[in-house]
Ligand binder design. Structure first.
Ligand code: EPU
Length: 421
């Protein structure tokens, strides 16, 4: 397993471009199943989660190639409607194949995803929605077995806003008979990217970018191409890398609209930010980092996927702050590792109180999940001395060669290929 070795204390500065959004690609790829033929997905990031989805789709019979960030998928020879445990256990987003397979082929057998590193992540909303659309669903031997001659339209009201359930049901509804209405739909930009793709394929979807989506099912869709939006979480992580090290950064290819909540908190913490429709510039606080509380929320709120990185940033603030995660109540696996670097944090239920310290000091720390690992890298960049972040395969799931981007900004970070656990 690879690790990162970081010598902290370098001020990061420079200009970078952000890769395509992981969570958009993971929806756009299975959406391609809905049409018969060749799709092209531009700006697809080279990430392990994307490779996992590609493997799963090849297992279903999709022919795929991927180079220079262009993914080509030929869905005309799908001959297997089973998503096996070996694939799904690696990545929960594999469950995204359920809606497309069921609505296109009338059946699907998809492994239940099982546990997650930071607590429960149910898929009841996906299954209840499909049942409302007429699917017969059984759970047998760890698998979801779904059948429906043809799904029909339904009125779906989500109790909580769910990215995955919105995506799955949207993909199911575009080929269902009749009209489906999804209330309290997620409006994360990755869902809007999916809606744009489906509309381009010929789907009839009204209310894009709102919490009420109306979908009139059609009989068939045409394969087409789409540009994947830039990754707002990667961008947010890089902005904090500059902020926590006292540097400055320009990101050249992302709109500030994708991360207003993060930018506003960064400004409150003392950063100077200027942005336009396709560029964000940040300069770290002149003196100390001001402590700022955050509470995560569905888009356009502060993303849960930036919670761990913000926690790392606040460890060096000039005072105490509170970080509350309202989306996932137990997503704090990074805290004991940040404590190994000298952070003063206590967690009570779904809130962490972070009392800023004068300095962090490098140590060996362990990645436990994707965003937790990102927070350890950020802390390591600011810590005195050497930090080793073990098990960076978690990072490779969602950041495209993050060490190269950080190096380009002046970080002293290297990947050591090896077997240390
Ligand atoms: N929820 C339910 N029932 C469901 C589905 C969700 O109760 O059937 C709850 C969840 O427990 C959670 C809330 O709804 O409290 C939101 O979960 P959501 O369904 O939106 O999460 P997801 O679709 O499984 C996606 C991202 C996650 C990101 C969340 C929240 C993908 C592939 N994953 O997950 O990304 O944290 O939305 O924004 O899009 C990451 O990139 O690190 C990551 C974990």
């Amino acid at each position: 397993m690879d690790k990162f070795v970081i010598t902290g204390g370098k001020k990061l500065s420079g200009t970078i471009e952000i890769s395509g959004a992981k969570n958009a690609s993971l929806a756009l790829m299975p959406a391609s199943i809905l049409a018969h033929g060749k799709a092209k997905l531009f700006n697809t990031p080279e990430l392990n989660d994307v490779f996992t989805m590609l493997k799963l789709m090849k297992h279903l019979g999709v022919e795929g190639s991927f180079s220079n960030h262009v993914m080509e998928l030929d869905t005309s020879r799908i001959n297997n409607l089973i998503a096996p445990y070996e694939h799904v256990k690696k990545m929960r987003a594999s469950v995204y194949v359920l809606g497309p397979l069921l609505t296109k082929f009338g059946e699907a057998k998809v492994s239940l995803p099982g546990g997650c590193a930071w607590g429960p992540r149910p898929i009841n909303l996906h299954l209840e929605g499909l049942k409302k659309m007429g699917a017969e669903i059984d759970l047998e031997e760890g698998y979801i077995i779904a059948k429906a001659k043809r799904l029909h339209g339904a009125k779906i009201n989500f109790d909580v806003s769910s990215v995955g359930a919105t995506g799955n049901l949207l993909m199911a509804a575009v080929l269902a008979k009749g009209t489906t209405v999804i209330n309290n739909a997620a409006i994360e930009p990755e869902i809007t990217n999916l809606v744009d793709y489906l509309i381009k394929m010929g789907a009839k979807i009204y209310g894009a970018n709102t919490t009420c989506l109306t979908i009139e099912g059609v009989d068939e869709l045409q394969p087409c191409s789409i540009e994947t939006i830039p990754d707002r979480i990667e961008a947010g992580t890089m902005l904090i890398a500059a902020a926590i090290t006292g540097g400055s950064i320009t990101i050249n290819n992302i709109s500030s609209m994708l991360l207003e909540a993060v930018l506003s908190k960064l400004e409150d913490s003392g950063c100077t930010i200027s942005s336009s429709s396709n560029r964000i510039e940040l300069k770290a606080p002149d003196s100390s980092i001001k402590p700022k509380d955050v509470s995560t929320a569905a888009f356009p709120g502060f993303p849960t996927d930036m919670q761990a990185q913000w926690t790392a940033y606040m460890t060096l603030a000039n005072g105490a702050s509170t970080v509350t995660d309202t989306i996932y109540l137990d997503r704090f696996k990074h805290v004991p590792e940040l404590q190994r670097l000298g952070a003063d944090i206590s967690v009570n239920e779904n809130s962490a109180v972070i009392r800023g310290v004068k300095k962090l000091v490098g140590a060996k720390v362990m990645s436990t999940d994707l965003r937790a690992s990102a927070s350890l890298v950020l802390a390591g960049l600011a810590a005195k001395g050497k930090t080793e972040v073990l098990r960076v395969y978690h990072l490779d799931r969602g950041y495209q060669r993050i060490e190269e981007k950080l190096k380009a900004l002046g970080a002293d970070i290297s990947r050591v290929e090896g077997t240390e656990y």
